[in-house]
Ligand binder design. Structure first.
Ligand code: AHR
Length: 510
């Protein structure tokens, strides 16, 4: 069917003012996540027989793609996996490490990769590690021991054990998660809010006694739809508020009923989720008359639904089976772009965020065992945001045409945020056109930026919203620098193509 460009084109106007600032963006909002799950570690991070493997068995082709994403921090080793994990299984000589049943994903864990190997790998990728501890089957004792092993310089049992394993210097992990999704019945050792609040507070206390420089994330609800959402946060924060620095949020979206306008509106729910958790944190702050403001760690977010049916057919108790291998479409990339915009909209409170995950498992990077590695569609908005979204998030005033869907009303066709990099005198506008029927006539009043001009206008779009990248066709969906944004005397104009992700980069004229 031919699209009527005249009726399908919508309009949106934005005002950007240099002094309307949300906050400095914490680079850790461009974090990612590697879990011992499916082929994320074995076949992704680590594949000793692969032609590109380095001396430690790490795939160099994967490392190159991870570096392109410029992700400053990677959460590890789970996820659901961590709630049954004995971190001691993954240290010391590899030949002595046990094979264990992983009850979270019904697989066999060989423990060939553990905390030391992962620290080495993350260093090669240019990232920090955000370490998660097991508060499912374990507790306070294992929590203090792992911090001692990883961060204490020496002269104690666990720090000397690390040295004996060839790591003279401590890893110095700064950010730690106190368990994972402990409210979920699917979690190994799931807890009530009271039970979790107590064990998290006591673990936090001793972990900081071992290393006072660390920061801690308490588990919030697994998602906003959990029946205990709200009450869970209030209760666990009652116990942990003064011991922790962040509370976590997780969310995954899908387009199961193939209603794309509704799917693309899901970030309205993400905004609501973030704002609700902030409100609960501030309620506890007020109740405790605390001076401390708690921040948010959105440490799992992405699109996840394509692989659900295939996963039901995977043979249990095998090593590194293909699990959660979503093949992402063009429209998924649009939602990922919008999710990044939601995170930046609350850059004042969201200080950490991790796209879940990084390699093979609901991931921007895919590999074939023994074969190539390639970029999925969602790779691009994440990479753009991570590269150009450093600096100060500006608060845009947006007036956009809107639409209604079965779940949302007044959905703006334009979703956008701007980032000012004062060091480089660069301004970047990230914009999603949610209109799947036509373009979006976009104007932006660049107050205070009259001396800025467009450097490039990157566009990610595809005629087919279900288009994907595969091993055989890895560049089917890829960005072009073909957008036509123009800025003249403080007024920017652009036609954002239908259903597109846009990165409009401006710089001060010299
Ligand atoms: O990222 C996949 C899984 O999603 C994680 O293991 C879990 O924390 C969440 O439910």
């Amino acid at each position: 069917m031919e699209v009527n460009v005249v009726t399908a084109t919508r309009k949106a106007a934005m005002i950007l003012e240099k002094d309307y600032r949300i906050s400095e963006i914490d680079p850790r909002v461009y974090g990612s996540f590697v879990e011992h799950l499916g082929r994320a570690v074995y076949g992704g991070v680590y594949e000793p027989g692969h032609p590109t493997a380095d001396e430690q068995g790490f795939r160099r082709d994967v490392l190159e793609l991870v570096k392109e994403l410029n992700t400053p921090i990677i959460r590890y080793p789970g996820g659901n996996f961590v709630s049954g994990y004995n971190w001691e299984d993954g240290i010391g000589p590899k030949e002595n490490r046990p094979r264990r049943l992983d009850l979270a994903w019904r697989t066999v864990e060989t423990n060939e990769v553990g905390v030391n190997e992962f620290a080495d790998w993350a260093k090669k990728a240019g990232s920090e590690v955000m370490m998660a501890i097991n508060l499912g089957t374990r507790g306070v004792d294992a929590a203090r021991n792992i911090v001692e092993y990883c961060n204490h310089p020496g002269g104690s049992y666990y720090s000397d054990l690390r040295k004996s394993h060839g790591y003279a210097e401590p890893h110095g992990f700064k950010l730690w998660c106190l368990g994972n999704e402990m409210d979920g019945p699917w979690q190994i050792g799931a807890k009530t809010a009271y039970e979790y609040g107590r064990v998290a507070a006591e673990s936090a206390k001793v972990m900081k006694w071992v290393d006072p420089s660390i920061e801690l994330v308490a588990c919030g609800s697994s998602n906003i739809a959990m029946p205990t959402f709200g009450e869970w946060e209030a209760t666990i924060l009652d116990h942990t508020y003064e011991h922790v620095d962040y509370v976590s949020l997780h969310t995954y979206y899908g387009n199961r009923d193939n209603d794309t306008p509704n799917f693309l509106a899901r970030t309205l729910g993400m905004d609501e989720f973030i704002n609700s958790v902030i409100a609960i944190c501030d309620y506890i702050k007020a109740k405790k008359r605390s001076k401390k403001t708690l921040h948010l760690s959105f440490d799992e977010w992405n699109v996840w639904f394509h692989s659900n049916e295939a996963d039901k057919k995977v043979e249990p108790w095998t090593v590194a089976p293909p699990l959660l291998e979503d093949v992402y479409t063009m429209e998924d990339a649009l939602l990922v772009g919008s999710m990044l915009i939601s995170l930046l909209r609350r850059a004042d409170r969201v200080k950490v965020a991790c796209i879940a995950q990084l390699i093979n498992v609901i991931a921007p990077i895919m590999t074939q065992n023994g074969g190539p590695a390639w970029r999925q569609t969602i790779f691009y908005p994440f990479m753009h945001a991570s590269l150009y979204g450093r600096g100060v998030a500006l608060l845009p005033v947006i007036k956009s045409d809107k639409y209604d869907t079965k779940e949302f009303t007044d959905v703006p066709y334009l979703d956008s945020i701007a980032v000012l990099n004062e060091e480089k005198d660069e301004l970047t506008i990230f914009a999603v056109n949610r209109n799947i029927e036509g373009g979006l006539d976009f104007t932006c009043d660049l107050r205070g930026f009259a001396d800025y001009s467009v450097v490039e206008h990157i566009v990610l779009a595809h005629e087919d919203l279900k288009a994907v990248n595969t091993a055989d066709n890895p560049n089917n969906v890829q960005p072009t620098a073909g957008g036509g944004a123009k800025a003249d005397a403080g007024k920017l104009t652009a036609l954002l193509p239908k259903a597109s992700w846009n990165v409009i980069r401006l710089a001060k004229r010299s």
